[in-house]
Design a protein around this ligand. Sequence first.
Ligand code: SAH
Length: 370
Amino acid sequence: MKSVQEPVKPTGFNLLDYDRKGLAAFFVGLGEKPFRATQILKWIYQEGVEDFDLMTNLSKPLRSYLKENCYLATPEIVVEQIASDGTRKWAMQTRCGNRIESVFIPEEGRGTLCVSSQIGCALACTFCSTAQQGFNRNLTTSEIIGQVIIAQKRLGSSKKITNVVMMGMGEPLLNFDNVVAAMNLMMDDFTFGLSKRRVTISTSGVVPAMYRLTGACDVSLAVSLHAVTDELRDELVPINKKYPLKELMEACRDNAKLAPRRTVTFEYVMLDGINDSMQDAKGLIKLLKTVPSKLNLIPFNPFPNNAYRCSSNEVINRFKTVLNDAGIVTTVRKTRGEDIDAACGQLVGQVEDKSRRHLKLKVVGSERVA
Ligand code: SAH
């Protein structure tokens, strides 16, 4: 495999690091009017113009300032994998040479992009392969919004990204400011204009940041629950030791108060013999009755060096029926992109599995796979 050349980081401001508010403050700092922010957002995100010289509604001195001091940079796709079900996984390289992964899941009438928020993850959830690589660093706003920009560019106009889920690598609420700025950008009318119902942040339960989010950015909330007792959740999702279930559910109730009919989606990975008994189902009913909620059961996706197994289909379906019968809207997440390890919990970024030669791999950029 050829190694990708380490790009040199340009100096100055990457304008993709700012949401509209940030850009307005940036332009005011230059003695310009705040509306320059919307002008430049339109050029970048709607017109796809990267050359400041072509931004003709900006004054010549401003254009030349931007040319001298600013740049636009996103991660680059280095490998693209396409699963038999149409799911695409991209390994993207950041400008400092790190790898991140994003996944596009096409469905009837919509296209969901699963976006990463950190390189690695610090949370050590025992059933997640991202946890195995430990934590490296937070992604910048431009590296987060850049995943959406690059994915949409690669997909072309025929496949539109209609939904974004912050469910890739990392814990988004531990990278609060950059994730919020990137989500603001996704929802901005002058960029992608996604509605708040179509942008979802998933958290393992960083309780103080959940309260902060309620005030800062109105997006859909998903919570990785996975267990109904503190004893088991302490083991599966260790951040539970810091923020136990009682506090977590209180934060969820607080979020649900944001609007009438608002619900929190709870994610629950189905682990054979661990959290899939009828007693667990009953505990789940009791817990979820305290919050306006929906439940998403996730079949466990296996990965190397991990002893968990996925519950059988029979057990998952029984679980689902019991919960639905108790009035909790419950769905089973369809596993997508299995043959390219693109499913939940399988994103590993820098760790490359060269044995998967039978897959349809496309070579993008300068890297050759297989
Ligand atoms: N850190 C965030 C986002 C990460 S992943 C969070 O914890 O919510 C998105 C979902 O995939 C989470 O619910 C996570 O618990 C789940 N997940 C992780 N590993 C998995 C695996 N091996 N199989 C199935 N789901 C998994």
